[in-house]
Design a binder for this molecule. Structure first.
Ligand code: PMP
Length: 437
């Protein structure tokens, strides 16, 4: 082919031709060049096999090159690669119907397809302001909602708030982190925090609040029981809507149900999805109560590739495969085994301060001292590099860069668990030998 796979060539070209903003995010010291993916595995350019515990940043939901998705995409590309929503096509229309059917009964649900998650967040913010007539929006600290101007403005994760003018009328409440949150454990202190945030930092009239049921980039911070329900009551009492961002937690990742909000006894007004919806083919969507979407009737909002038939064909295959292959149940049972094994590692390695998550959204947080919970970013960086040498792809995340995050594709199998745990074990043993102090 006409591409040069050598590391030096790739690095040279990136350094020379990528904008600085696109070069910034390189997790490993030694670049990871990926050549092939098949279900839960990837191979680098030298043929080394890795277990993809991150689903390529959560985009690979049902597996790399899943045959059903490959077939659906190939068929669609051959027939018609693109038509915009100006023209009619059955594939996006079917997908809209199928997504609406996944939502709670008792409401009429409609869908607006976008190119990405961030655009869907922008649109949801616009819809909430148009529908309520209010402007103030509350987001959570430690959240990630995307990189457009609007989505960035509601993103509270450390290091993502840049010194550029931000959108106005957005405030942040402390996230209910049960391990190291500023108000400690429990739900009530964080619901009080929402009251205070409304009272002191908004006009009292809200457009919306955004919540990820499990904060993803923030380091796998699951919302505690009762928090989302309580938040929804407070936000609605102030005239606002609940925007639930299921970009990471959706598609059965937590092993309970298709959408994570189902386990929290709350119904969103607007749900945001992207990433895993296309199994790697770019697509995002706003799924919204019909009467709210109607507030935008006659307003021209156009995403060129929104409702692209290839992306929508991929998404239809994803929804079908999750159901037919009982993948949510797989995430529950395999995830439980993984969790159990990680807890055993915690018993053996003091550096592990916390093991948390459910199903296929899990994390290990590293601390220098279990009592003070002092973060151990250098040790985390070391273990992270070793896990790659031992055949895993993970993410290093969290405010203090001391969290190893796992969100594997829904097809990870029971027989993968022991090798994954062994790779972790070897990596922590390497850390002990390295004696970082
Ligand atoms: N919401 C969440 C929870 C996300 O993790 C992301 C992307 N990481 C987004 C929104 C934005 O999606 P995109 O990158 O497709 O714009």
């Amino acid at each position: 082919t006409d591409v040069d796979w050598s590391t030096d060539s790739i690095i040279d070209k990136r350094d020379k031709y990528y904008a600085a903003s696109q070069r910034a995010f390189v997790p490993y010291q030694k670049p990871l060049i990926l050549k092939k993916g098949k279900m839960q595995y990837c191979w680098d350019e030298k043929g080394n096999k890795l277990t993809d515990l991150l689903g390529m940043n959560l985009c690979i939901s049902v597996g790399h090159a899943h045959p059903a998705v490959v077939e659906a995409v190939t068929e669609q590309v051959k027939n018609l690669t693109h038509c915009t929503t100006m023209f009619h096509h059955p594939v996006p229309a079917h997908l809209a119907e199928e997504l609406a059917a996944t939502m709670p009964a008792g409401h009429e649900w409609v869908v607006h397809f976008t190119n990405s998650g961030a655009e869907a967040i922008d649109l949801a913010m616009m819809m909430s302001r148009a529908y309520t007539g209010n402007h103030d929006i509350i987001a959570l600290r430690n959240s990630y909602h995307g990189a457009t101007y609007g989505a960035q403005a509601v993103t509270g994760v450390h290091g993502f708030r840049h010194n550029v003018a931000q959108l106005s009328n957005i405030t942040f409440a402390a996230e209910p982190n049960q391990y190291r949150g500023i108000f400690g454990e429990g739900t009530d202190p964080y619901l009080d925090e929402i009251d205070r945030t409304i009272a002191y930092t908004t006009s009292g009239a809200l457009a919306a609040m955004l919540i990820e049921p499990v904060q993803g980039y923030g380091g796998i911070i699951p919302m505690p029981a009762g928090y989302m329900k309580g938040a929804a009551e407070k936000v609605r009492a102030a005239g606002g809507l609940m925007i639930i961002d299921e970009v990471q937690s959706g598609f059965g990742k937590t092993g309970d149900s298709m959408w994570c909000f189902d386990s929290h006894d709350v119904v969103p007004d607007i749900m945001i999805i992207a990433k895993g919806l296309g199994n790697g083919i770019p697509i995002g969507a706003v799924v919204v109560k019909k009467e709210i979407a109607e507030s935008m009737a006659g307003k021209f909002i156009f995403h060129t590739y929104g409702a692209n038939p290839v992306a929508c064909a991929a998404a239809r295959a994803v929804l079908r495969v999750i159901r037919e292959d009982d993948m949510i149940n797989n995430a529950k049972t395999v995830g439980a085994k993984l969790h159990e094994g990680l807890l055993q590692l915690k018993d053996r390695y003091d550096i592990i301060g916390d093991v948390r998550g459910r199903g296929f959204m899990q994390a290990v947080e590293l601390v220098k001292d279990r009592d003070t919970k002092e973060p151990a970013p250098d040790h985390t960086a070391y273990v992270f590099e070793r896990t790659r040498e031992h055949g895993l792809i993970l993410s290093k995340s969290g405010t203090f860069k001391n969290v190893l995050r796992m969100v594997p594709p829904l097809c990870l199998q029971m027989e993968d668990v022991q090798p994954v745990l062994d790779a972790y074990d070897r990596s922590f043993a390497d850390l002990e030998k390295a004696n970082l102090g």
